[in-house]
Design a protein around this ligand. Structure first.
Ligand code: ADP
Length: 269
């Protein structure tokens, strides 16, 4: 952790020697890192390296097997059900498969972003009978992500890229402090991937949000995120500013070994 008190004040996440085991699998192995408010960074690494597990811990959705997780100045283990709900409300989570409710209109999917932020009755009332100001806010976030004309369209009639924009709008409607995005471009073509990354990083910078993405595409990660954390076998392989990441770092991160290499040779023929 930084000794500079100004930096310390801005720390949102402070993880010390965090490990996550699932039976015999070690998904995270003694991970230590800090993330300050307003940072934009990507977690990169091969499949199974622990990226999703790390994001779930940052979201407060999962407590690790061992290690210390401090989020916004409070240890994760000390969060009560109420403060945990507040933490989740302040954390927008964007999934690879966007997780929209297919039969609902775009506006309704966006309104779902605040479900659970107030009492159950009030949440459902806002969802079923949104006020004019709530609809205007939903329109405003859809305008920001560039699909305001789809407000009343059924969500399952949109393209993959448009659905991911609705998911981003839903997360923004939450008015979060942090956006966590788990492989947000994994199912998009290269042009739409760029658009979505540009949108996410621009909107985070505009609103001063902390943005943590996980992704495979290293070139895009380097282009859009000032800081990269390389995860391999659940361990931090490197944690650097993007401009300092070398080709050797990336080659090492993705190198195949043992059984993987044999399988890869078999695929290549
Ligand atoms: P990534 O997002 O980099 O693909 P994950 O965090 O999803 O990595 O997974 C890391 C490892 O933990 C993998 O071996 C995965 O199979 C395992 N794992 C993840 N979640 C679970 C779970 N809920 N139960 C058992 N094993 C899991």
């Amino acid at each position: 952790m930084s000794a500079d008190p100004k930096v310390q004040d801005r720390i949102v996440y402070d993880l010390q020697e965090v490990s996550q085991r699932y039976n015999s699998t070690t998904a995270l192995d003694s991970v230590s890192l800090t993330i300050t408010s307003g940072e934009i960074l990507a977690i990169v690494g091969p499949s199974g390296s622990g990226k999703s597990t790390l994001l779930r811990i940052l979201a407060g959705a999962q407590r690790p097997s061992t290690g210390h997780v401090m989020i916004r100045g409070r240890m994760l283990r000390d969060y009560s059900p109420t403060t945990l709900r507040e933490l989740r409300a302040a954390t927008g989570f964007i999934h690879q498969d966007h997780r929209l409710v297919p039969g609902l209109r775009v506006s309704q999917n966006v309104l779902l972003g605040r479900l659970g932020q107030s009492s159950l009755m009030a949440s459902w009332r806002s969802f079923l009978f949104p006020s004019r100001s709530e609809l205007l806010e939903a329109h405003e976030v859809l305008e920001r992500v560039g699909i305001e004309e789809k407000l009343f369209e059924r969500s399952d009639r949109l393209s993959g890229g448009q659905q991911q924009r609705v998911a981003i709008a839903r997360a923004l409607y939450q008015a979060p402090c942090t956006l966590l995005a788990d492989e947000p471009i994994a199912s998009l073509d290269p042009i739409r991937s760029r658009d979505i990354l540009k949108l996410l990083t621009e909107v985070a910078a505009e609103r001063g949000l902390t943005l943590v993405l996980s992704m495979h595409d290293l070139a895009l990660a380097r282009e859009f995120c000032p800081r990269l954390i390389g995860l391999r076998h659940g361990q931090v392989d490197f944690d650097k500013s993007s401009s300092d990441v070398t080709q050797t770092d990336l080659d090492q991160l993705y190198r195949l070994e043992g059984k993987e290499r044999i399988e890869d040779r078999a695929i290549q023929g």
